[in-house]
Ligand binder design. Structure first.
Ligand SMILES: [Zn+2]
Length: 398
């Protein structure tokens, strides 16, 4: 056999044995394979089912056995929340980008894929797992910015919920300002958690506004509230016995909610609480981010004025971002959900004495800018908004 023929034979044997395979056995992994056609290089999946763990809309897996340069079709079936216009992929498991827009049909979407390496990660959006939260917290703690790590609570599944706080000394006996930022009440909304990460990376940066904010303000940041479902790879939304964001009653079942309520009330009692932000991703057709606010009937005149000040300030910064901001906010009132009173921001509004502003920020996931980098840029702009809002609402010296 000539050298040429021997080389050709090896090539043939390689191309015929490299079979596509799917691996979702890692934290946050989720894929139920409906079919895998090796000849057509076509994969049909849907999010893995998890009993009582909420909507079946999150998927994330590693695809192996790719021949460099070949065309592969990924078809995702399931509810509309499971079928983003653009899927996300990563060549190294760390940096994520969008695929080209998929082709939507009735209950499925087809993504045409082409990669130059044998193994690639694919997901609904850039995953943000417990490992990401720990890495962010470790990176932050290493820098001399006053950040302290603490454990918010331990979940039912036994995971400690890592969190960060800044607790700068009060100056001349003055009260400090206080803010609370949390993400991950809904496991599938990974994009919102990247917004939170962008905020923290801004907060520990050398930007003058960031330095000023962290030197004067009590800040609490919870990267993932519902770690159990995030690590399981479940959707989380509408889980049993009820949604994590319908648990903000006087008898919460989730330890994260109970612990958050106690800390928020402590800050409020100390008269050091001004702003609560819960980070989420909205519905597929919400193509501009927006704020959900408490219904007007819950707001005192002073609180309503503060809320307007927040919306005006945030609009200045966020509307300049590529993701932009919808001109109108929405209310989470009786017309929104029967358990509207047990939504985080409404609990905060009702249970704080200070006229703190309490909102949900819904960052769109179905736009070309809803990427790992796009979300983080939005989080940085959110940080600048928070700084400007606290400056605008600074108590005047007597
Ligand atoms: Zn949500």
């Amino acid at each position: 056999m000539s050298t040429f023929l021997a080389a050709a034979a090896i090539c043939v044997s390689l191309t015929t044995t490299a079979e596509l395979s799917i691996d979702s056995r890692f934290p946050g992994g989720s894929a139920q394979v409906d079919s895998l056609d090796q000849a057509a290089r076509r994969i049909v999946i849907r999010p893995a089912p998890h009993k009582d763990a909420g909507w079946q809309c999150w998927w994330s897996f590693k695809l192996n056995g790719i021949h460099p340069g070949e065309r592969i079709q990924l078809i995702v079936k399931g509810m509309n929340f499971a079928r983003p216009i653009r899927a996300s992929f990563s060549l190294d498991g760390r940096t994520w980008q969008h695929t080209a827009p998929g082709n939507s049909e009735k209950d499925q979407i087809t993504y045409d894929l082409q990669f130059e390496q044998p193994g690639v990660w694919l997901a609904w959006g850039p995953p943000f797992q417990l490992s990401h939260a720990k890495e962010l917290i470790a990176r932050t703690s290493k820098r001399d910015t006053g950040a302290k790590e603490f454990t918010l609570a331990t979940t039912k599944g036994g995971s400690e919920i890592p969190a960060l706080r800044w607790d700068p000394p009060a100056r001349d006996g003055n009260k400090r300002r206080g803010i609370w930022l949390q993400a991950g009440q809904h496991a599938w909304e990974s994009g919102a958690r990247w917004v939170g990460a962008g905020f923290v990376d801004w907060l520990i940066s050398d930007e003058a506004e960031a330095k000023s904010l962290r030197a004067t303000t009590r800040i609490v940041y919870i990267p993932i509230m519902d770690i159990d479902n995030v690590e399981l790879g479940a959707g989380g939304k509408d889980q049993k016995p009820h949604d994590h964001n319908r648990d903000w009653s006087n008898e919460p079942v989730f330890s994260a909610v109970r612990a958050a309520q106690l800390l928020i009330q402590e800050m409020d009692e100390a008269e050091e609480f001004d702003l609560f932000i819960d980070l989420h991703n909205p519905a597929p057709n919400d193509l501009k981010p927006f704020f959900f606010v408490s219904p007007a009937m819950l707001l005192s005149k002073e609180r309503a004025a503060r809320q307007q000040e927040w919306i005006d300030t945030a609009t200045l910064f966020l509307s300049q971002e590529k993701l932009s901001l919808a001109p109108k906010h929405k209310e989470s009132g009786p017309g929104y959900h029967p358990l509207w009173r047990e939504i985080s921001k409404n609990w905060v509004t009702v249970n704080t004495k200070r006229p703190a502003v309490s909102v949900t920020l819904e960052t769109s996931y179905n736009t070309p800018h809803s990427t790992q980098e796009g979300y983080q840029a939005y989080g940085r702009a959110l940080g600048r908004s928070i700084h400007a809002f606290l400056e605008r609402t600074k108590p005047r010296a007597n």
